[in-house]
Ligand binder design. Structure first.
Ligand code: SAJ
Length: 439
């Protein structure tokens, strides 16, 4: 629009979601002020560099910093729109309780600089009720401002919840193209946030209330977790019955209304294994399925360790390759990775027999120190190792042809080599017996 004044934006939290979001908003021409508590993160961004790995993010950040559209600091400055994208981890009580203290800290800082006409949008994955809690905190600190849902007439500021739903490795593309759910404290708040997202989102933006939008985010990841749990349970059942789970799933998925996900060594990352607990925590007595799915996915890690151990023991003296440490394919993110846990457990059990192949890691993580395990490349593994444990479905592993691995003893937790002959340990039942003993 000609002569239109673009809003200034403050993005609070410059991590995996906040930094790409800030950069995409700035690319659209809006002036963005990024805020992070870590000085080194702020310095890195102000140099036009990035502190996280994400496809194409480096060039984008460099460009918007050079054009003066993105600046970072540790202090929240006045702006027209505040986007909060800080972490919501578990509290340290060991009971999977959500810790929303970073969200409330951010809200406290925003309250200091808030002025009439501003919009606050929370993007962090949050338990239901967090947006209202944030509003109440700000209302208590700024009695001079009329707050949405608490005043008669038109409020001075608007507050909404709009979760991100981007996939690591595809963040920039998904930030632009995915649909968004926008939940306002009031419908007016939702409309204000909608007008903002329309400036840089090509997907459809759907408005709702704040609590529904909060629940929607949790439900999306719980849906995925429950469905992966079904696949993982099938893999455990199939092992017990001596069946190939991949063959069973491939056939079942030919049904027009069946779409079973893929078993793996367990569920990793910071989202799918965490967010379902936010629902369970909010209504423990009404969530047996979601809670059980979490348990099934966690137990799959122990099943994978038991099966892998049985295969290693059934091949005394053989060198063993563990393929992959990342929490999923083709990324260099090793946080909360079941593959890493399985490989590290095998390294502690079998020491120098274990060789880890992870093309996305410069060196092995700290927990491998002193185990005797070493890092090798995929070619060396194919030459030297008779036992292979596939833990991550990186393309580089998937592309190994049968001729190079037909003679190997393989436990493939990801089903990347459907043509691989079954390992002897499976056929004679050693692996299954080992799992039974492991309980
Ligand atoms: N996994 C399986 N089997 C499958 C699919 C995944 O074992 O069939 C495992 C992966 O190996 C990985 C874990 O699940 O360990 C999670 O991987 P993912 O690629 O499914 O998801 P994330 O954690 O990278 O990102 C998810 C996404 N949520 C959904 O797909 C519903 C993403 O869209 C969210 O934005 C993100 O969580 C988030 O930030 O919440």
């Amino acid at each position: 629009m000609r002569g239109e004044q673009l809003p200034t934006v403050s993005v609070i939290g410059l991590g995996y979601i906040g930094l790409p979001t800030a950069a995409i908003i700035a690319r659209g021409g809006m002036r963005v002020h990024g805020v992070d508590v870590t000085q080194s993160v702020v310095d890195t961004i102000n140099r036009g560099e990035i502190h996280i790995e994400e496809v194409d993010l480096d060039g984008l950040v460099q460009g918007v910093v050079q054009r003066g559209l993105l600046k970072a600091s540790t202090e929240v400055m006045p702006a027209d729109v505040f986007v909060i994208a800080v972490p919501t981890p578990f509290a340290k009580d060991g009971r999977h309780t959500p810790d929303i203290s970073y969200v409330l800290d951010a809200a406290r800082n925003v309250a200091k600089v808030l002025k009439p006409g501003d919009a606050i949008i929370l993007e962090s994955t949050s338990p239901v009720g967090t947006t209202v809690q944030m509003r109440d905190l700000i209302a208590a600190r700024r009695p001079d401002l009329a707050m949405p849902g608490l005043c008669e007439g038109t409020p001075d500021v608007s507050i909404a919840y709009c979760p991100e739903r981007v996939l690591p490795g595809h963040i920039l593309e998904e930030l632009t193209n995915n649909d968004r759910s926008i939940g306002g404290i009031t419908p007016r708040c939702a409309r204000k946030a909608l007008a903002f997202y329309k400036r840089f989102v090509r997907g459809t933006c759907v408005t709702t209330d704040a609590a529904s939008a909060e629940m929607t985010k949790l439900v999306e990841n719980a849906y995925r977790d429950v469905n992966i749990a079904f696949a993982n349970e099938l893999s455990i059942v199939s092992d017990a019955m001596g069946l190939d789970v991949w063959e069973v799933i491939r056939l079942a998925n030919r049904h027009p209304r069946v779409n079973i996900l893929s078993p793996g060594p367990g569920v990793g990352g910071h989202c799918i294994a965490v967010d379902p607990w936010f629902i369970v925590n909010g209504a423990p007595e009404h969530t047996p399925l979601i809670r059980t799915a979490r348990g099934v996915n966690d137990s799959k890690i122990h099943h994978a360790i038991a099966r892998a151990s049985a295969l290693v023991e059934a091949n005394p003296g053989a060198k063993v390759a563990c393929l992959g440490l990342a929490f999923k394919a083709n990324i260099d993110d090793f946080r909360e990775s079941p593959a890493r846990l399985v490989a590290a457990t095998l390294a502690r059990r079998f020491g120098e027999r274990i060789h880890v192949v992870e093309p996305y890691a410069a060196e092995l993580p700290r927990e491998f120190e002193g185990t005797g395990a070493t890092q090798i490349d995929v070619d060396a593994a194919l030459e030297d190792c008779d036992v292979m444990i596939v833990l991550v479905d990186h393309d580089v592993f998937r592309s190994v042809p049968l001729a190079e691995r037909a003679h190997k003893q393989v436990y493939d937790t990801r089903g990347i080599w459907p043509d691989q002959p079954r390992p002897v340990a499976d056929v004679d039942g050693v692996a299954i017996e080992e799992q039974r003993k492991a309980g």
